[in-house]
Design a protein. Structure first.
Length: 362
């Protein structure tokens, strides 16, 4: 079997109108789907992160990575991943270039599973957990009242853990009062504060029993300051969604900057890279909870990975909706639990209506 084509497909699927009360409404409607085609008719699906950067990610996929791997055997996944990383080493060790590599690498794993007739989790060593406890990952909301309503809705849907994206104490207080002590609450702040501000906020948030405080310091790679905050903060510190490659995570571990590592499979370099990070984390007794604020092949790949881990069973699950599903059969959580798709490879297909109606102009 040989690779005959590699395609990057930009989509723009709007979030539903009922999320307009979020200041993030409209942000999460850019997707890049990657297809790797073969001479035997099999097509592998991947996803590349592209929030605000669809055009350059698509160009890297089609102009740089495609010429490297067309004509190659797609089942040599680790070899091709190394080939792409070495071939783009001057500009793609992180950021948009690594997002492109991630999308292609995921598609290669999907192809390997389809060629072998096996779900991805079987290729990764088999299921450690057939079902995973999912935490509902929310948008950012305009007021504490909106936060409370969103939390009450997710708790009534059966989620026993909820992640906020607020940056104020009042919203966290409202969330805790809305769901009571029986639901875990996490807080992802998306890197807003200086080290001193982050410590002040961590102490102010202590009464609300956060499961973790995520990305509290700008810039996200300020690992010395994050290590200091981790030593002083009254709750665990989580980070890593903006880091690339196992070498970046080795730095986080060496600095003692995090209690919880959050590699994002569509940013970090792909499935193989997340596996290497999990090995490093296990050797250092650090928990891995992959970042996955995604709906398509990226979410499916995350679930296969998390189901094969022997550590934490917790997995991120986005809890807002788009006008049309990205997948032909959407992945759903039932009573706060979710399972990896069972078909060959990732076990998912792209919704043809989404491809037809929501193609994005670059």
């Amino acid at each position: 079997m040989k690779i005959t084509d590699v395609r990057a497909i930009p989509l723009a699927i709007p979030t539903t109108a009922d999320e307009q009360h979020s200041p993030w409404w409209g942000r999460h409607q850019r997707q890049v789907i990657v297809e790797v085609h073969t001479d035997e008719g099999l097509v592998g699906l991947g996803e590349a992160f592209a929030l605000g950067g669809q055009a350059p990610v698509c160009r890297v996929v089609e102009d740089t990575l495609k010429p490297m791997i067309v004509g190659q055997d797609p089942t040599r996944v680790e070899y091709l991943a190394d080939l792409m990383q070495r071939g783009t080493g001057g500009f793609a060790r992180r950021g948009l270039g690594m997002f492109a590599i991630s999308g292609v690498e995921i598609a290669l794993w999907d192809l390997l599973g389809k060629a072998r007739g096996l779900p991805l989790y079987e290729l990764l060593g088999g299921l450690s957990r057939p079902r995973l406890r999912a935490y509902a990952s929310l948008l950012r909301y305009a007021t504490p009242t909106d936060v409370a309503a969103a939390c009450e809705k997710r708790a009534s849907d059966g989620f026993t853990a909820i992640k906020l994206h607020q940056i104020d104490v009042g919203s966290v207080q409202a969330a805790r009062e809305a769901v009571g002590p029986g639901v875990e609450i996490m807080l992802d702040t998306n890197c807003p504060w200086t080290p001193a501000e982050a410590l002040k906020m961590a102490r102010a948030l202590a009464p609300y029993d956060l499961a973790w405080l995520e990305e509290p310091i700008w810039p996200p790679e300020e690992y010395d300051a994050l290590a200091g905050l981790r030593r002083a903060a009254p709750m665990p510190i989580a980070l890593g969604e903006n880091e690339s490659t196992a070498f970046g995570f080795r730095e986080i571990i060496a600095k003692g900057a995090a209690d919880i590592l959050q590699p994002s499979v569509i940013k970090v370099g792909g499935i193989g890279e997340v596996r290497r990070i999990a090995v490093l984390a296990a050797a250092a007794s650090v928990t891995v909870v992959p970042h996955s604020f995604y709906f398509g092949p990226g979410l499916a790949a995350t679930l296969h990975l998390a189901a094969s881990f022997t550590g934490s069973a917790l997995v991120e699950f986005p809890s807002f909706r788009h006008e049309a599903s990205l997948l032909a059969e959407p992945i759903v959580a039932e009573n706060g639990m979710v399972a990896p798709p069972a078909g060959p490879g990732l076990g998912v297909a792209i919704n043809p209506e989404a491809l037809r109606r929501y193609a994005a102009a670059l």
